[in-house]
Write a protein that binds this ligand. Sequence first.
Ligand code: SAH
Length: 222
Amino acid sequence: MVRGDMDEEEARRIRLADLILRLRRAGIMEQRVLAAMEAVPRDLFVPPEGRRDAYAERALPIDCGQTISAPVIVGMMTAALDLNPRDRVLEIGTGSGYQCAVLAKLCRRVYTIDRFRTLAAAAESRFKTLRLGNITTMVGDGTKGWPEAAPFDKIIVTAATDALPEALFEQVVVGGIIVAPLGPQDGVQKLKRLVRTQDGFTASDLADVRFVPLIPGTAARL
Ligand code: SAH
């Protein structure tokens, strides 16, 4: 190993330790979630010009005008899913693939959908680099869910909408959980946790957030 590599590894280790400290301070105490986030190098998921800020506590721009969520939001959404090693999880909005990589460390399989081919392809190559073999990626319209692979134990939506598509409610098992930002594009959204019961859903609010919009349809040529 050359000197430069060692410095880079050391810098990453320090930034990851600091990130874990911030998660704890934000009340994220689940040991499995903290370990998963410590095991995913966030700098690999941002474009080169964003590397310096990769571990900062804010959302960062990625390709196609999209964003990767701030670390505490990723931790909060992950913890809210109460992941079990046997769970099959659907993610709407692959983006950089960062949230997906964290999920993949904690469950059996993640099915992830993005409407941009460019983003899905870049995320897939990151999953390969990190040897994450339990992720299935698709380019498509996440508002339809993934009927062929449904039902899911958990569903996470990483783009905001006023009203969740009916298909997603239908594709989670009874006892399953949906975590999604709900609210208007031009204002504050509520991060919601919905639990499916025998006869409907119970909802709780987790935080005020700002996500990019969930847009029906695919972005065919991108
Ligand atoms: N989870 C991502 C952040 C995603 S940003 C990460 O960790 O980096 C939100 C993503 O949702 C964007 O990539 C956007 O293209 C995608 N998106 C928006 N509407 C969609 C839809 N209808 N179907 C699938 N993906 C969608």
